[in-house]
Design a protein around this ligand. Structure first.
Ligand SMILES: C[S@@+](CC[C@H](N)C(=O)[O-])C[C@H]1O[C@@H](n2cnc3c(N)ncnc32)[C@H](O)[C@@H]1O
Length: 264
């Protein structure tokens, strides 16, 4: 892991990132999708890049056997303290897991930080190796346009350094925070939705579907009020379900989930 990425996560933000605002939206939608995508369990799930166990904890509570792998020892320690979750330090590109040993492999994070395509393919191939024949690999990626949308909503685009970084991100997908004094997101790769079928195919997996996580509504200024109001939250989640598979809206979602299957 590159030092600036480790330094970013050493600040400890992952423990609370999904607790409020757009992060809460991301969690609620991801969980809603996961519960519909995963087959009936109990399953043996490998959560690669699982951080502090934000999904591993609820998956274990739902009866699945969950093992989490993450390069950050601080994340692993927090995850391992969750009931029913085991965890170890590791890298998505070289997993210490046996072949065909899991019903499902989650890649919710590693593909964000592998800027070289060869590294992303290595992570996909490792997931494909570890999942059993007929099992699922579910990967999260950040949208090529997330930096523009988030940067505009938060006013970052008015900063000339950010504006320059954004130009590079939009044309190459590579995001690098070149101003260490600014707490912008660290080194990352932002996918165009059209890149996912090729990555899946190179790993020898079959693409089943791509779905938007947050959809196009995650920058609303009154998101906190919507989340706090059960009727509005329920309606928003229901509406987003109806458009999650609409390709014309994928790029406007901060995250995309790609669901791929190993041949039986
Ligand atoms: C933004 S966090 C996402 C955490 C959580 N899975 C989620 O969806 O909210 C990205 C995670 O990926 C991990 N990560 C970064 N590079 C990785 C790699 N090469 N292999 C495995 N995990 C990696 C980071 O340590 C971090 O925990």
């Amino acid at each position: 892991m590159q030092p600036e990425i480790a330094q970013y996560y050493q600040r400890g933000g992952e423990a609370s990132r999904l607790g409020a605002g757009a992060g809460r939206w991301e969690f609620l939608r991801t969980w809603d999708l996961l519960t519909r995508i995963l087959p009936a369990g109990p399953l043996s799930v490998l959560d690669v890049g699982g951080a502090t166990g934000v999904y591993a904890g609820p998956l274990a509570a739902a009866g699945h056997e969950v093992h989490l792998v993450d390069p950050m020892p601080e994340h692993v320690a927090a995850a391992a303290a969750l009931p029913g979750v085991t965890a170890c330090v590791g890298d998505a590109r070289a997993l210490a897991e046996p072949d065909a040993s899991r019903d499902a492999v989650l890649l919710f994070g590693p593909l964000y930080h592998l800027v070289e395509r060869a590294d992303r393919i290595a992570a996909w191939r490792e997931a494909a190796r570890v999942v059993r024949p007929g099992g699922l690999v579910i990967a999260a990626t950040i949208s090529r346009y997330a930096s523009l949308l988030d940067g505009y909503a938060r006013g970052y685009v008015r900063h000339p350094t950010f504006a320059g970084m954004l130009e590079t991100t939009l044309s190459t997908g590579v995001h690098r925070n070149i101003d260490e004094d600014q707490r912008w997101f660290t080194t990352a790769y932002f996918h165009h939705p059209d890149e996912l079928p090729g990555e899946v195919a190179e790993a020898g997996l079959t693409l089943e579907r791509r779905v938007a996580v947050e959809g196009p509504l995650w920058m609303l200024p009154d998101l906190a009020e919507i989340l706090a109001d059960e009727a509005r939250r329920t309606q928003a989640l229901a509406l987003l379900r109806t458009v999650e598979a609409e390709p014309h809206l994928w790029g406007a979602s901060s995250h995309l989930l790609t669901v791929a299957r190993r041949a039986a």
